[in-house]
Design a protein around this ligand. Structure first.
Ligand SMILES: [Zn+2]
Ligand SMILES: [Zn+2]
Length: 298
């Protein structure tokens, strides 16, 4: 599983940073959180294939977060995509995107499923679920929490063979938590299988002021990706505009005790993220301002 920060800027693109789009590569699929203008080109510049994008989660309908969708969809179409694409967002998503995707002389040749999520909605998939989070930005906005299911414990193959269990279906049986009997001896799964391994959790806020729902949803998260539009000297201005400053984002990460904080939606006024990262690290030392195309393995 890895995160690829395709666009780490906010409001409008600069030569250094594109507008928000963060990709999560999970097994064979790519999930995008926000899809600002030019995100398809960022995907092409990255290690990811844009054609593998399965799901797009939009936080809100300020242009820097969704204007990349029509271009991406049209490029998928020109490359003969057949697989469905799923797009989710807050209230207003269905009518806005249906309208947007019907503009021009264009009709997609593959299914596009568009859904609206209420804050606190939960979508269950095979190996993970994604929940919407109410955030505070001044327009209908939601953040997202990706939570992988806990995984089975590690299977000690050598020990299983030593105990006389033949390789084959009995391995799966005991890995699934069932006891097996070999030559009259009962073998319990805990003898061979370790404790379940906790699934990974990633929280993506989109644009928001610091808020309690994000703190609560982020407790113990492996990664928090937080709005960090302005530096600490402009915290009041960030709040007025529905955003968060570096130090305020670091305080959220510290309260939630996350393992890693990524600060994104960096204002176009900053050409270098170093100063922003330094001041966040004074409060939360696991803070990072990623550059565009930065990759993080989980
Ligand atoms: Zn924005
Ligand atoms: Zn916004």
């Amino acid at each position: 599983m890895k995160l690829v920060f395709l666009g780490t800027g906010g409001s409008y693109p600069t030569p250094e940073r594109n507008v928000p789009c963060t990709a999560l590569k999970y097994k064979g699929e790519i999930i995008l959180f926000d899809c600002g203008e030019g995100s398809q080109r960022q995907l092409m510049r990255s290690s990811l294939s844009f054609m593998q994008t399965d799901k797009i989660f939009i936080t809100h309908f300020h242009g820097d977060h969704f204007l990349g969708i029509p271009g991406l969809v049209q490029s998928m179409n020109m490359n003969d995509r057949e697989e469905p694409l799923y797009i989710y967002g807050p209230e207003g998503t269905v009518s806005l995107l249906k309208d947007l995707l019907s503009r021009g002389y264009f009709g997609a040749g593959f299914p596009i499923h568009i859904s609206e999520l209420k804050p606190e909605a939960r979508l269950d998939f095979d190996d993970y679920h994604i929940s919407a989070l109410k955030v505070n930005h001044g327009v209908p906005s939601i953040g997202y929490s990706f939570e992988e299911r806990d995984k089975k414990g590690r299977f000690d193959r050598e020990k299983a063979l030593d105990l006389g269990i033949p390789e084959g279906p009995l391995f799966s049986r005991i890995h699934d938590g069932k006891t097996v009997e070999i030559n009259g001896k009962v073998i319990h799964p805990e003898e061979i299988v370790g404790p379940p391994r906790r699934g990974k959790k990633i929280v993506y806020t989109g644009d928001t002021r610091p808020c309690q729902t994000v703190i609560e949803a982020s407790i113990g998260a492996d990664v928090l990706i937080h709005d960090s539009t302005l530096d600490s000297s402009m915290s009041d201005r960030a709040m007025e505009r529905g955003h968060t400053s570096t130090v305020m984002a670091a305080e959220v990460a510290s309260k939630a005790d996350v393992k890693k904080l990524f600060l994104i939606h960096i204002s176009p006024r900053y050409t270098d993220g170093k100063g922003l990262e330094d001041e966040a690290r004074e409060i939360f030392d696991k803070s990072k301002v990623p550059d565009d195309l930065f990759e993080y393995e989980l």
